[in-house]
Design a binder for this molecule. Sequence first.
Ligand SMILES: *Cc1c(COP(=O)(O)O)cnc(C)c1O
Length: 430
Amino acid sequence: MNYFSLNHNSPISTFKNAVIRGIAPDKGLYFPEKISPLPRAFFENIDNISNVEIAYQAICQFIEPEIPEKDLRKIVEETLSFDFPVVPINDQISTLELFHGPTMAFKDVGGRFMARCLGYFNKDSNREVTVLVATSGDTGGAVAHGFLGVEGVQVVILYPSGKVSDIQEKQLTTLGQNITALEVDGVFDDCQAMVKSAFLDEEITSNKQLTSANSINVARWLPQMFYYLFTYKHLKGKVKNLVFSVPSGNYGNICAGFVAQKLGMPAKHFIASNNINDVVPRYFKTGVYEPLPSHQTISNAMDVGDPSNFVRIQELFNNDFDQLRSNLTSYSFTDDETKEALSELYYTYGYIADPHGAVGYLGAKNYLKSNPKDHVVFLETAHPTKFLDTVEGVINTNVVLPPQILEVIDKKKVATSIATYDELKSFLLK
Ligand SMILES: *Cc1c(COP(=O)(O)O)cnc(C)c1O
């Protein structure tokens, strides 16, 4: 499959080039030239197909023949080495738990898939690739874990000192091997700015092959469609109208859901559930898309003022405002509402959610007020223990730490402190 740039000012790209470059030379996002629906029989028989086979069938058109079938099947299988349970909350709402992977965030799926694709393309090259990634918390851990031990790839993670949760920091700084953590004296935006400068610095790029690993990268974005299909398989025949509520920040996850719909998955509607960073809900109200500075919230992975994947969603709907609006509803919720939702989920339904999932639950409830016959699945995008202070503060209960967390909690943090771009540069050039 070839990819074009959504800025329409770059040459057509192979999948391999899109994965290695991340972003097109004109700074546009790569988008597949064609999306062909799967045969109707695939969806009619989906309950008899294994998850790995479903995922392979869904993604092969985007990747073959650059990665041949045998190798792609192996990549898909290794990516999906954990469960994706759909847990009922009440008759009308279920949650899709996406936190059973090694770093307990849904980003594990994209991180593992992308790492294996890059490893595949790099296996016969003697030029090492450096994945440079700025993180506000979950991305760094998922990417680092995905790339751990992948030959020919070095991962350098920049994170803001004191601004990620203790558990997230442990996940970033205790892996060793080909993973290096740089603790930046600054905020997330400083980390991001340093990464951007490095990509534009010829002294570095003439010495090192750099690549990024955020959801702009097609290899991280596309595999996220898998778990929507698994959910359809699970609920097929059990619910009438299937709707997804997706806690959204950069809109990569929900955009992958729309790709699954485009492949023919019978989902009736999507809900983008946001915290107070409400650029998209505003856009639906006013018809004007206006990026805003981001505000800090308790669902901090969604503190995004200019969602990078929204252009991909617009492309999927032919840049037609009305078509988009009939498939997508978006809401915005405050931290107080989110805490109330955490409490309601726990005290009414015995379910411990994390703040991002709680925002998704609020979206589901709002939507059901005007669509009482539908069934909404909200995505639980991280395990509650990753946001331990907030969650325990609201539900007044100690949350049991899962093995993935216990494994890192007593390990010793290893990070190099940096404060300036020059320090990053000399680190990369040494
Ligand atoms: C990254 C992240 C999100 C937002 O996902 P997008 O694809 O950027 O919309 C939501 N919840 C959690 C826990 C995340 O880590």
